[in-house]
Design a binder for this molecule. Structure first.
Ligand SMILES: *Cc1c(COP(=O)(O)O)cnc(C)c1O
Length: 458
């Protein structure tokens, strides 16, 4: 069996031969590799070729492929049955683990009317807290798409308002309202970004340029009382990596709150990857709803959303906002997620950070040596390469790069046994399983790939 024949066979029965579009190699050309196994930092295709994997299932595999503790947990769960359609104790354990990790991320509490106190009274922080955790409860779902879709329904249910603000180039899954493109100007309602999305639904979304405070102010000036929420990737990593400018996320929290709206921080990609508490662990802001996915399932279909209790209790069965799922909190997926979070200790994060640093610097050196204009875009341990000398801060800027250089670069790496994301507009993912041998293979492949990028033609 070859990759070509697998792809041909797949194309007959699966649209485009893939079950998610970015797997299709459309932007880099050629037949996608059909994979049969993964172990540690490596992935093997149907032809028996092994690659160092810098996709890591698009983020979930923080520990690498087939981590022994995760496999053991999954095997143990499988042996007890695949799905019960009833609650299991492990779901509570996972909620507790997530809440514990997010505990340092707090929001200020409104000041209580001060009780008369003696002048020498020392405020007791335990008795009258001034801050409370952002995440007090968690609801599990199966995909990041469901998590953000539910977060938005919840925000609308809590506020009684219709509109949602999102940012251009930010991806929050494929629910209708989030597949929206910016309209013709700032502070205009959005247009559908996909066939099949009614204009009426896209028109409930405002799409703004990322990192643009003026655009956010203008949107709130025009539509403030009708805005239910801002949704933002904690750090943008679905247009390549574009970090939030310093203070931008906090600005969003302040702006939303001043208008009576909520801030939804989408940590589906960054959560439990960039730090034990995700991006919010690096840059705490007073988020109202946080969405999780990818690493939380350790490679199984699992995602979730968390918030303070008073928000979460708007969800069914307690509250009026409906949400459900036959396989939500599936015991096998929960076992994989729990085992992943339990294994993801400080050493894991230190290694992922280190590997990201080594590989991103080496890419930059190789491109320098080949005379290719570029900038390394980093957000925590996430990174990607922009083929332009000035780092973009938004989607329009990211699209100005010489993206035509990426295809030849990608294929040279693939030929040398390194699997990169098949698009210039995706983050590169590493894992704690990327040992020195795997990293060396990446470094050895870089000079030829950089030369391929240098000689690429638009
Ligand atoms: C991947 C991703 C999603 C969607 O998650 P799925 O599990 O693919 O539905 C949502 N938001 C962000 C930031 C993502 O990276």
């Amino acid at each position: 069996m070859s990759n070509e024949s697998s792809f041909d066979q797949a194309r007959a029965v699966i649209p485009g031969g893939v079950n998610s579009p970015v797997r299709a190699f459309r932007s880099v050309g050629g037949a996608p590799r059909f994979m049969v196994s993964g172990r540690g930092p490596y992935i093997t295709d149907v032809e028996g070729r092994e690659y160092v994997d810098l996709v890591c299932s698009w983020g979930p595999l923080l520990l690498g492929h087939a981590h022994p503790a995760v496999l053991d947990a999954v095997h143990e769960a499988v042996s007890r049955g695949l799905s019960f359609g009833a609650s299991t104790p492990a779901e509570t354990e996972l909620a507790e683990a997530v809440i514990a990790r997010l505990a340092p991320v707090t929001r200020p509490l409104p000041e209580r009317a001060a009780a008369p106190t003696a002048p020498d009274d020392v405020p007791d922080p335990a008795r009258s807290p001034s801050a409370a955790p952002v995440v007090e409860q968690l609801r599990l779902v199966s995909t990041g798409t469901e998590a953000t879709m539910t977060a938005i329904r919840l925000a609308r249910g809590v506020t009684g308002r219709p509109l949602v603000v999102k940012f251009s180039g930010h991806y929050h899954g494929h629910s209708d309202g989030l597949l929206a493109d910016a309209g013709s100007g700032l502070a205009t309602l959005a247009l559908p970004a996909s066939a099949g999305v009614p204009a009426e639904i896209a028109g409930q979304t405002l799409v703004l340029p990322y990192n643009d405070r003026e655009a956010v102010r203008a949107a709130f000036a025009e539509f403030g009382p009708r805005i239910a929420a801002i949704i933002v990737e904690a750090a943008a990593a679905n247009m390549g990596v574009v970090a939030p400018s310093p203070g931008f996320n906090a600005f969003l929290a302040d702006t939303a709150h001043a208008a009576g709206a909520l801030l939804i921080v989408d940590e589906v990609l960054t959560g439990f990857r960039v730090s034990p508490a995700g991006w919010l662990g690096l840059e705490p802001v007073a988020a109202d709803i946080v969405t999780f996915g990818k690493v939380i399932g350790g490679g199984m279909p699992l995602a979730g959303l968390g918030a303070r209790r008073e928000i979460m209790e708007h969800l069914a069965p307690i509250g009026p906002v409906y949400q459900a799922g036959t396989l939500s909190g599936n015991p096998v997926a929960v076992a994989a997620g729990l085992a992943t979070l339990r294994a993801a200790d400080a050493a894991v994060y230190a290694r992922v950070d280190e590997v990201a640093g080594v590989i991103s610097s080496a890419v930059s050196e190789a491109l320098d040596a080949a005379g290719v204009e570029h900038a390394v875009s980093r957000a925590g341990n996430l990174f990607s390469i922009q083929f332009q000398s000035t780092l973009a801060t938004d989607y329009a800027g990211a699209q100005r790069q010489d993206a035509f250089r990426y295809g030849p670069f990608f294929h040279a790496m693939l030929d040398a046994g390194v699997s990169l994301p098949p698009s210039a507009y995706e983050a590169w993912f590493v894992s704690a399983a990327h040992d020195d041998a795997a990293v060396s293979r990446v470094l050895e492949a870089l000079p030829a790939a950089a030369r391929a990028a240098a000689s690429a033609q638009p």
